[in-house]
Design a protein around this ligand. Structure first.
Ligand SMILES: [Zn+2]
Length: 466
C-alpha cells in the first residue's frame, strides 16, 4: 500500500531533532518521502490520502522489556516485592498457562500496546507455549524480539516452570529455526535466560553461546532489587553485574532489564561494554525495588531504553515516559534531570538501539521503516498549546487517550480509533475465561492475597554508590 499522510506536525527524532509541519509518503513498509510539498511528487499521485490535519506524528514507541504472558494476570499480583511476587503468584500462574491462554494474554497485551502507541517490543516470554506468542504477534502486526524464558534451577520455582538446561536450549533453537526473521524481519528471536537466581551457570553459558552463534540479542534481568542481589552474592560470591560480565553477559548485544542497584564498578562495566539498560520505572516503584540511576548511566554513555515489564496494572507507554523523567528529578533532587526530550529519546531511539535496529526504526526519516503513531493533542489534558513545546506535552501530559493511529511496516494496526488486526470484544471476553482457567490450574485462591507474604525490611530510598 501507498499512503500520503498529510496536514500533520512530525516529531522526527532525527539527528537534528527536527519538528516539522510536513507530509509523509509511505510506500510499502518504508517512508518514501517526508516534507512540506511532497503531495506534488509524481510518486505520491497514486497514494491513498490520509487526512492527518491537527495530528502530531512520532516514531512508534518501543518497549524494550516486557512479559506479555503476564498481562492476563493483571492485578492478581499486587502489593508484593519481587521474590514473593514471583514465588507466590507469577510463577504458579505462568506455569498454569495453556497455549490458548498464552495466546489470549498476548492478544490482550497487543490490544493495549497498540492502543497506547507501542509499535515494537522486546518480550521475555515464558517457559512453554512460546509459539502462541509468535503466532499472535505475526497476526496482529507488532514488531519485536521474542525469546522464550529460560530457567533450570532456583528456590521457589514450581515444577511447572522448571526445565533442564538441555530442553531449554533445544526449545530455544527450535524457535529460532521456526520464527527468526519471519514477517519480513518484523519478528526476531532473542535468547532470554530469566535471571541468575533461576539459571545454572551451564544454562547461562550455553545460552550465551547460542545467542552469539546466531547473532541474536541476549536479554535478561539484572539487579532489580536487593533480595535478588543477596541471592547472587550468596551463590556466586560476586556482585550481580560483575558476575554477568564474567559470564559474557555484557556488550552491545546484551539487554539488561532494571539495573537498579549498581555500585560504581558495575556502572563503569556497563558503560565500557556498551551494554543496553532497560529502565522499568512503574515496575520498580510498584514493587518498591528502587530508583534506577538512568540519568547518571546516560551521562556515562550507557544506552537506556524503556520497559513496561510485567503485569503491573497498566501498559501505557506515555505514563512510563513521564514516570521515567519525574523519578530522576526526585532521585537527583534536580528538576533538569531526564528532561522531556531525553525521556522521548529513551522510548524511541533508545529502544531501537537496544534492539539493534536503529538504522530501521526509532525515528521518522526517509528510507526507514514506516513505524509511526499519530496523536490528537487537542484534548483537555493536553491543552492549552499556546507557547508550549510539543515534546513536553507528549511526555508530561499525553496518555494513550491521545493516540488515534498506529502503523507498523506501513500497515495500519489502529486507524482513526479502530483496531484493524484484532477483534477487541472477543479478546476481552476470552481474557476473563482464560484468566479464570489459569487461576484454577495454578491452585490459587481467587480474590485473596497470598498468605505468609514475607515482610521485607524497608530499604534505603537512595541509590547505593561506591
Ligand atoms: Zn521483567
Amino acid at each position: 500500500m501507498k499512503y500520503l499522510l498529510h496536514g500533520c506536525r512530525v516529531v522526527t527524532m532525527n539527528a537534528r531533532r527536527d519538528i516539522l509541519d510536513a507530509d509523509i509518503l509511505v510506500d510499502g513498509d518504508r517512508i518514501a518521502a517526508l516534507g512540506p510539498d511532497i503531495a506534488v511528487l509524481p510518486e505520491a499521485r497514486d497514494a491513498e490520502r490520509v487526512d492527518m490535519t491537527g495530528r502530531v506524528l512520532l516514531p512508534g514507541l518501543i518497549q524494550a522489556h516486557m512479559h506479555v504472558t503476564q498481562i492476563l494476570f493483571r492485578g492478581l499480583c499486587d502489593d508484593l516485592e519481587l521474590m514473593d511476587w514471583l514465588e507466590k503468584r507469577t510463577w504458579p500462574l505462568e506455569g498454569a498457562h495453556s497455549a490458548a491462554s498464552n495466546a489470549v494474554s498476548a492478544r490482550l497485551a497487543a490490544l493495549e500496546l497498540i492502543r497506547s502507541g507501542t509499535t515494537s517490543l522486546v518480550d521475555m516470554g515464558t517457559i512453554r507455549h512460546e509459539d502462541a506468542i509468535f503466532e499472535v504477534m505475526e497476526a496482529v502486526g507488532l514488531r519485536g524480539l521474542f525469546g522464550k524464558c529460560m530457567m533450570d534451577e532456583g528456590a521457589g520455582v514450581p515444577a511447572s516452570m522448571r526445565e533442564s538446561a538441555e530442553d531449554s536450549l533445544r526449545e530455544t533453537e527450535r524457535l529460532i529455526r521456526k520464527w527468526h526473521m519471519r514477517g519480513g524481519g518484523r519478528l526476531r528471536c532473542a535468547v532470554a535466560p530469566r535471571f541468575i537466581p533461576s539459571c545454572s551457570d551451564a544454562l547461562l553459558t550455553s545460552a550465551r553461546d547460542l545467542a552469539r552463534a546466531n547473532g541474536l540479542r541476549l536479554h535478561t534481568h539484572a539487579s532489580e532489587n536487593m533480595g535478588e542481589i543477596a541471592l547472587v552474592e550468596g551463590s556466586r560470591r560476586m556482585r550481580n553485574i560483575l558476575y554477568l560480565h564474567k559470564l559474557g553477559y555484557t556488550g552491545e548485544d546484551v539487554l539488561l532489564a532494571h539495573c537498579v542497584w549498581l555500585d560504581g564498578e558495575e556502572k563503569r562495566v556497563l558503560a565500557d561494554t556498551g551494554t543496553h539498560v532497560v529502565h522499568c520505572p512503574s515496575s520498580n516503584t510498584k514493587m518498591s525495588s528502587g530508583f534506577a540511576p538512568v540519568a547518571e548511566l546516560r551521562d556515562m554513555g550507557v544506552n537506556v531504553a524503556l520497559g513496561l515489564d510485567g503485569a503491573h496494572n497498566h501498559m501505557d507507554s506515555f505514563l512510563e515516559m513521564r514516570q521515567a523523567s519525574v523519578l530522576q528529578k526526585a532521585l537527583l533532587n534536580n528538576p533538569l534531570a531526564l528532561p522531556a526530550p531525553e525521556a522521548l529519546e529513551i522510548a524511541t531511539l533508545g529502544g531501537a538501539r537496544a534492539m539493534g535496529q536503529e538504522a530501521e526504526i526509532g525515528s521518522l526519516e526517509v528510507g526507514k521503516k514506516a513505524d509511526l503513531i499519530a496523536l490528537n493533542l487537542e484534548m483537555p489534558h493536553t491543552l492549552p498549546a499556546v507557547g508550549r513545546d510539543v515534546v513536553g506535552r507528549i511526555v508530561y501530559e499525553a496518555t494513550r487517550e491521545n493516540v488515534t493511529d498506529s502503523m507498523v511496516d506501513g500497515r495500519f494496526l489502529y486507524r482513526a480509533g479502530k483496531f484493524l488486526t484484532l477483534d477487541a470484544g472477543a479478546v476481552l471476553r476470552d481474557a476473563e475465561r482464560e484468566c479464570l482457567g489459569c487461576i484454577c490450574r495454578a491452585g490459587l485462591e481467587f480474590g485473596t492475597r497470598p498468605e505468609n507474604a514475607v515482610q521485607r525490611p524497608i530499604l534505603p530510598s537512595r541509590q547505593v554508590t561506591s
